[in-house]
Structure formats: structure tokens, C-alpha cells
Design a protein around this ligand. Structure first.
Ligand code: PLP
Length: 408
């Protein structure tokens, strides 16, 4: 029964509820673990300071290669400005399938591939399609903070499971991971190769995790955005190497890192075949799909992007060498060598609050890095530096970091 304005009784909460339903899911309700995005605020702060070197964000300084941009110019000239297909243009879906066959040696039919408006969007779609309010998602940390935020936005409840750094390497204890999964666990979220550590899961561990999840009916959300950003091999092991078609698996990928296309907001999702309809519907409600003309550029990236990727990998490798020559020499700084991605994630002895240290560094020496605490619990003494920049910028940044530490 709805009450009229006049006979409302403020002392009867149930009546109040009928008249004025309490609005759940406000901003504050969502982000229980993520909290306010202090790292993003610091990133903006660093960028607002004239002369500050910002290596806080996960993107390089190289622009998208010309041959990719040219395809988009042509698409625009050809009038490809209309709505696209919700799940992506069939030619791009086919090209992604061809790419998996060529580079990964795996067969992924087009009905298991959806083009998305970024890797970030792909994660959100995957989670929205499986989560009920309050479902538990076990997130292997350190993890790119936004994945925690996206999970909470999709109604999930995060349980963090931390990797350990020991003897110069990040390690995942699978048995312990399995032990924290309960009947309430709907999904395990894992980033391999990892942002921020560069840690990369072995094929054997991927196989074990896949079997465990299959047995327990748990979803795996595998973020493989850095799958080609490897320093010693052509690609990282993928969940697609071990999964069956009907496994409860979503694999997230993106054009952002591999082909320097961060601003394009283009990615893709590999899903079980029976998820296609649901994901397509979600896309129609979220944004009606990725832009039409940018998908033409994405096809070129997949077809002809290997040389550019090699060029980037050479740059990352040189920069990693530079970092490994300089960082470990600094007193109190230690870092595991990352086998992939383009981040140095290092520990600074005596750092009790990486957010505060980040702000001080911006103010004192004009260098902006990303606070380690943003990547999960127990990481307050870490900082992340993105080294996908020119060696000159990296050298200047390391000079500033050294200067900052010498003042402590
Ligand atoms: C692990 C991981 N996944 C996804 C993304 C975002 O990719 P996209 O630019 O396609 O949204 C990032 C960006 O830093 C990332 O580190």
C-alpha cells in the first residue's frame, strides 16, 4: 500500500520504506575494499605539476603506429561511422581468432570472442554476467587496483589472496589459494603476466588452477592484457592453452599495451560459447559496442603489428637493464626482476605509507610514481614505476628518485 504524502508516519519504518525506498548501492556502498581512489588522485596531482615526470600510469610514451592510424583514417573516409555490431565487427572477431591460432596455436571460434570497449570494459562485462550481489571473488594480489573496483561495482565481494615475494621472485602458493576458496567463492581473478609485479604464471600452475576451478565450479577471470609483453619469450602461457570450450573461464585482453593503443579503448573477451548472448545483451545496455572505425585499426594491429611489438620489447628490455643497474644500488631499495610487463615494483625500506611518499616525491623532486598500497594489502612499502618510456626520461626519473632518497 502506498501512503499519500499527508498520512505518512515517520515512526513506522516499514511504511517509510514503502514510500521512500532506501537507495542502496550508492558510491560509498560499492567500494568497500577499494575505498577512494587515492592513487588516481595522486596521478592527477603529479600531472598538474609543471615539470613533474610522471611514470605513475600504465602506459608508454610511444604513439600508436602510423599503419594502424591510417586504417582508421580510411575507415572514416569510407563513411564507417554507423553503429557497429554489439559483440564486435565479424571481421575483427575473425581476426582475433586467427591471431590466437597463429600466435598461441589455439583454436578459439568467433562465437567465443567479443570485442569490447577496452580491457577494463571486458572485465566489467564478464563480472556483470556471472555475479549476484555479494558473491565472493578471490583476487590474487598484488593486482591492478581497478579490477577490485570493477568487481565491487558489479556487486562482488572481494577476498584478497596475496602472493609472496621471497628470494628475489614473486611466488603464488596454489595450495594456499585453493584453501581460501570456499563454497561462497564464485570466481578467482588473476592477472598474468601481472601488473604491478610482472610475475607470470607457469603453464603447469595454470593447468592446476584450471582443473581445481573446473572441479569446484568456480569461474576464472584471467586478465592476460600483458600476455605479449614478455621479456624473454614470444608470449606468456595462457589459460586458453589448458581450458576446454565449456570451462567457466573469461580471458581478458586489450589492444592498449601490445600496440600502444591506450586511448583507443579497445579490447576483447574470450568466453564460453553459451555466454555470447548474455554478454552481447550487456554490451547493448552499457554502450552499444566498440566504435566502428577504430575496429578497422585493430584489425591492422593484429595482422601487421608484430614488428612494432618487437620494437617496443627491445625498448622495454633496454630500460629494464638500466633499471637493474641503478635501482638495486640504492640503499634500502629492492626489487624482483619482472619477466614481463613494463613495471618496476620495488620495496623501499622504512616506507610506512606509499601514498604519503608518492606525494612527497612529487612535491620535493617532481617525480610521480604509483603507490604500492594501491595494489592490495601489505604493500605500503612498495612503489611502482612504469618504464615504457625513452631511456632519457627513465634516466632523469632515476636521478630524481636517487635525489629524493638521499634527502631521507
Ligand atoms: C592488468 C590490467 N588489465 C587491464 C588494464 C586496462 O586495459 P585497457 O586500457 O584495455 O582498459 C590494465 C591497464 O593498466 C591493466 O594493468
Amino acid at each position: 500500500m502506498l501512503l499519500s504524502h499527508d498520512d505518512r508516519d515517520p515512526v513506522r519504518p516499514s511504511a517509510m520504506l514503502e514510500t521512500f525506498p532506501i537507495v542502496k548501492n550508492t558510491y560509498r556502498d560499492y567500494f568497500k575494499v577499494t575505498g577512494e581512489n587515492k592513487a588516481a588522485e595522486l596521478l592527477r596531482y603529479g600531472k598538474s605539476k609543471p615539470g613533474c615526470i610522471s611514470l605513475a600510469q600504465g602506459e608508454g610514451t610511444l604513439p600508436t603506429p602510423e599503419f594502424i592510424c591510417r586504417a582508421v583514417n580510411k575507415a572514416l573516409e569510407d563513411g564507417k561511422t554507423f553503429y557497429s555490431f554489439g559483440a564486435g565487427h565479424p571481421d575483427l572477431r575473425q581476426e582475433i581468432s586467427t591471431y590466437y591460432a597463429r600466435i598461441y596455436g589455439v583454436s578459439v571460434p568467433t562465437n567465443r570472442i567479443t570485442v569490447t570497449s577496452s580491457g577494463t570494459n571486458a572485465v566489467h562485462l564478464a563480472l556483470m554476467s556471472i555475479l549476484e550481489d555479494g558473491d565472493e571473488v578471490v583476487a590474487v594480489t598484488p593486482i591492478w587496483k581497478n579490477l577490485i573496483g570493477i568487481t565491487e561495482l558489479a556487486g562482488g565481494s572481494i577476498k584478497e589472496f596475496s602472493m609472496e615475494e621471497k628470494d628475489g621472485a614473486w611466488t603464488l602458493n596454489l595450495e594456499d589459494l585453493f584453501a581460501v576458496c570456499s563454497a561462497k567463492t564464485k570466481a578467482i581473478m588473476i592477472v598474468t603476466p601481472n601488473n604491478p609485479t610482472g610475475w607470470t604464471m607457469t603453464g603447469a600452475d595454470i593447468e592446476k588452477l584450471t582443473e581445481f576451478a573446473r572441479l569446484r565450479g568456480i569461474w576464472v577471470i584471467a586478465d592476460e592484457v600483458y600476455g605479449r609483453c614478455t621479456h624473454k619469450c614470444a608470449r606468456a602461457a595462457s589459460f586458453l592453452d589448458y581450458a576446454r570450450e565449456d570451462d567457466r573461464l573469461f580471458v581478458i585482453n586489450s589492444f592498449s599495451k601490445t600496440w600502444a593503443m591506450t586511448g583507443w579503448r579497445l579490447g576483447w573477451l574470450v568466453m564460453p560459447a553459451d555466454a555470447e548472448g548474455k554478454i552481447r545483451d550487456l554490451i547493448l545496455y552499457e554502450n552499444m559496442g566498440a566504435p566502428t572505425f577504430t575496429q578497422c585499426g585493430a584489425i591492422e594491429a593484429l595482422r601487421h603489428g608484430e614488428d612494432f611489438l618487437e620494437f617496443q620489447k627491445k625498448l622495454w628490455a633496454e630500460n629494464l637493464d638500466l633499471l637493474l643497474q641503478r635501482l638495486p644500488r640504492l640503499k634500502g631499495v629492492s626489487m624482483s626482476v619482472p619477466p614481463a610487463a613494463f613495471y618496476a615494483f620495488f620495496h623501499v625500506d622504512g616506507c610506512e605509507d606509499s601514498y604519503a611518499m608518492t606525494r612527497e616525491m612529487i612535491d620535493e623532486v617532481g617525480l610521480s610514481l604509483c603507490p604500492g598500497a594501491a595494489f592490495g594489502k601489505g604493500l605500503k612499502s612498495y612503489l611502482r614505476l612504469c618504464f615504457a618510456v625513452s631511456p632519457e626520461i627513465l634516466t632523469a626519473a632515476l636521478d630524481r628518485f636517487e635525489e629524493f632518497l638521499s634527502r631521507r
